[in-house]
Write a protein that binds this ligand. Structure first.
Ligand SMILES: Cc1cc2nc3c(=O)[nH]c(=O)nc-3n(C[C@H](O)[C@H](O)[C@H](O)COP(=O)(O)OP(=O)(O)OC[C@H]3O[C@@H](n4cnc5c(N)ncnc54)[C@H](O)[C@@H]3O)c2cc1C
Length: 403
C-alpha cells in the first residue's frame, strides 16, 4: 500500500530509485507504474493533497475518439486500465465511478460533414471500431435534445467519465511508492553521470531518475536544468451548474465542434465549458486562477445553438447554482504530450504537456516506467521530447481536439 503523508524530518526519504515531481493524476499514475516495476519511488507534491491543482478542475472525461495515432494508442491503453481498475491496482471491488455515457461531437456546419465522416473512418483504422457517424436526423432521433440545425455528429457509447479523486487515490493505494506532500522540488542536482538528486523544501533526495510531472509548472521544473521546454499553459474555465432538473441526466458529453463549447450531466446538474481560442498563453502560471464573471453566460449562449433546452435553463438560473472554476491546458507544438527521457540530461524524463491528462495518465505513466526500465525502446516512443528536433510532425489535423 502506497504511503501518502507529510513527512517529519526523521521520516523524510533521503534516497530513491526514482523521484516524480508532481502529484497530480499524471505523476501519481507514473509513481504507480515505477513502483510496480520494482523501483523504490518517491512522488513529491508541493500541495497538501494529491490531485488538488489541475486534475480536479477537469470534467473527468475520457474518449477513444482520437484521429492522432499516438493519442489514440495511449488513450485506448488508458481506457483499458480504467475499465479494469480494481484488477490493475489489485484492490478487489475498488470503484472509480466509471460512467459509459458516451461522447457526442456535433456540427451544424454542412461544410464539416465530410471531415466528420473521415474522423470516424480514422477512428476505425486506429482500432476504435465502435465510434459511429450520425446524420443530423440520426443524431436527433437518438438525442432528442439536439437542435434541428445539427447536420452530423460522431458518437461512441463507451466513452464517458469517472472520478479523478478515486482514480488518483487508487493508483496511490495500489503500489508501494511514497507520496510526500507539502514538499516542493526546488532544484534538480546533476553530476557527471546525469541527475543525482532532487532538492526539496524538506531536504534532498538522492536518485538517478527524475520524472517531471509538474503539470502547469513543468516548464519551471525544466528550467532547474536549464531546459527550455516547449510548453504553453493556457487557462481553461468550466462551470458546474447545480440543481438543474431540465438537464437530461442520461445525456452524453455533448460537444459543439463549430463553437468549441460543451456540456455534460453531473449529479443533478451539469458541467458547461468553452475552449476560448483567444485565451492567451500564461507565461507565469499560478496556483490561484481567476474566473470570468460572464463566462457561464457566454457558454450558455453558445450551447443554446446546439441544445436549445439551455435557453430555459438560462432563464431560471440562480447565482447560487453557478460554480465556476479554472485550471490549465498545457499545449505543446503538436498538442500532444512530452513523454520520455531528455537525452541531454541522463536520468531526466518528462511526462507533461497535457490538455487531456486525465484520460491519458494510466498509459503515459506506464510508458515512463517502461522507458526507465528498458522495457520500451525509446525509438518506439513517438511522443519522445526530441521529436521536434528530429523533424517528426505528429499533428493529426482533426477537429476533435481540446475537449
Ligand atoms: C476546464 C478543464 C477541463 C478538463 N477536462 C478534461 C477531461 O475531461 N479529460 C481529460 O483527460 N483532461 C481534462 N482536462 C485536462 C486535465 O485536467 C489535465 O491535463 C490533467 O489534470 C493534468 O494532470 P497533471 O497531473 O499533469 O497536472 P496537475 O493535476 O496540475 O498536477 C501537477 C502537480 O504538480 C505539482 N507541482 C508542480 N510543481 C511542483 C514542484 N516544484 N514540486 C512539487 N510539486 C509540484 C502541483 O502542485 C500539482 O499538484 C481539463 C482541464 C481543464 C482546465
Amino acid at each position: 500500500m502506497g504511503r501518502v503523508y507529510t513527512p517529519s524530518e526523521e521520516q523524510f526519504p533521503e534516497t530513491a530509485d526514482a523521484v516524480v515531481i508532481g502529484g497530480g493524476i499524471v505523476g501519481v499514475a507514473t509513481g504507480f507504474w515505477l513502483s510496480h516495476a520494482g523501483l523504490d519511488t518517491v512522488v513529491v507534491e508541493m500541495r497538501d493533497g494529491l490531485s488538488t491543482l489541475t486534475t480536479p478542475e477537469s470534467i473527468e472525461s475520457f474518449r477513444a475518439q482520437f484521429t492522432e495515432p499516438a493519442m489514440s494508442e495511449l488513450v485506448q491503453e488508458s481506457i483499458e486500465v480504467f475499465e479494469n481498475f480494481a484488477d490493475v491496482i489489485s484492490i478487489p471491488g475498488y470503484d472509480i465511478d466509471l460512467h459509459h455515457k458516451g461522447y457526442l461531437f456535433v456540427t451544424d456546419d454542412e461544410q464539416m460533414i465530410d471531415e466528420v465522416k473521415a474522423a470516424v473512418e480514422t477512428h476505425h483504422e486506429l482500432g476504435v471500431n465502435d465510434s459511429e457517424f450520425l446524420t443530423g436526423e440520426e443524431a436527433r432521433s437518438r438525442f432528442p435534445f439536439l437542435s434541428e440545425t445539427i447536420v452530423a455528429g460522431t458518437f461512441r457509447q463507451k466513452d464517458g467519465w469517472l472520478s479523478t479523486h478515486e482514480a488518483t487515490q487508487g493508483f496511490a493505494k495500489g503500489c508501494d511508492a511514497q507520496f510526500v506532500l507539502s514538499t516542493k522540488a526546488t532544484d534538480i542536482l546533476q553530476d557527471v553521470d546525469g541527475v543525482c538528486g532532487v532538492e526539496t523544501t524538506r531536504g534532498t533526495i538522492s536518485t538517478r531518475a527524475v520524472v517531471n510531472a509538474a503539470g502547469p509548472f513543468a516548464a519551471e521544473v525544466g528550467q532547474m536544468l536549464g531546459l527550455d521546454l516547449p510548453l504553453e499553459p493556457v487557462r481553461r474555465q468550466k462551470v458546474f451548474l447545480s440543481e438543474q432538473p431540465l438537464v437530461p441526466q442520461d445525456a452524453p458529453l455533448t460537444i459543439d465542434i463549430v463553437r468549441d463549447a460543451y456540456w455534460r450531466p453531473e449529479t443533478g446538474g451539469a458541467y458547461i465549458a468553452w475552449v476560448d481560442p483567444d485565451e492567451p498563453v500564461d507565461e507565469d502560471p499560478s496556483e490561484d486562477l481567476y474566473t470570468d464573471p460572464y463566462f457561464a453566460a457566454i457558454v450558455l449562449e453558445k450551447l443554446i445553438k446546439i441544445t436549445p433546452f439551455w435557453e430555459e435553463v438560462a432563464k431560471g438560473l440562480k447565482k447560487a447554482n453557478v460554480h465556476p472554476s479554472a485550471g490549465y491546458y498545457v499545449y505543446t507544438p503538436d498538442d500532444q504530450p512530452l513523454i520520455g527521457p531528455v537525452p541531454d540530461v541522463p536520468g531526466f524524463l518528462l511526462n507533461c504537456g497535457y490538455w487531456a491528462g486525465v484520460m491519458l495518465s494510466p498509459a503515459a505513466g506506464k510508458r515512463v516506467a517502461d522507458l526507465v526500465t528498458g522495457q520500451m525502446d525509446p525509438k518506439e516512443n513517438v511522443l519522445r521530447p526530441t521529436r521536434y528536433e528530429e523533424g517528426i510532425v505528429l499533428e493529426g489535423g482533426s477537429f476533435l481536439r481540446g475537449h
